[in-house]
Ligand binder design. Sequence first.
Ligand code: SF4
Ligand code: SF4
Length: 133
Amino acid sequence: MGSFKLGGMTLGSLFKKPETLLYPFETKPAPAGLKGHIAIDATDCILCGICAKTCPADAIVVEKKDRTWSIDPFRCVQCSSCVRACPKACLSMDPAYTPVATAQSCRVVEVPDPKAAATTPASAAETETLTES
Ligand code: SF4
Ligand code: SF4
């Protein structure tokens, strides 16, 4: 009796839509409340480093001399502490899935210099840096 039921289920599943998705080519819509990942609008960043000091996972590095803000998404635990701590409201949680990666990498964002921006329009450049895991 059990094997008839199992056989029926197996045959039935052959004609059903697959329960799984071909991730990452297909993804489910992000559910409400998904924290996603950290996004930065670096144009207002003052490189104060408060976000880095607040981060419990040491995921953020602020290099004042090089004018860079970087995050290791593999360390981030999406706690939002940095978002709440930023005095310039530069950081936010982007409610989208974190892009897949085949190697551990850091997101490095060049923070525009407001003095240079007085002559040329400010824009933040973002680069992806591979780091050793
Ligand atoms: S969300 Fe939390 S863990 Fe992630 S970078 Fe911000 S403070 Fe660090
Ligand atoms: S993102 Fe905010 S908290 Fe972090 S260095 Fe820039 S201004 Fe400071």
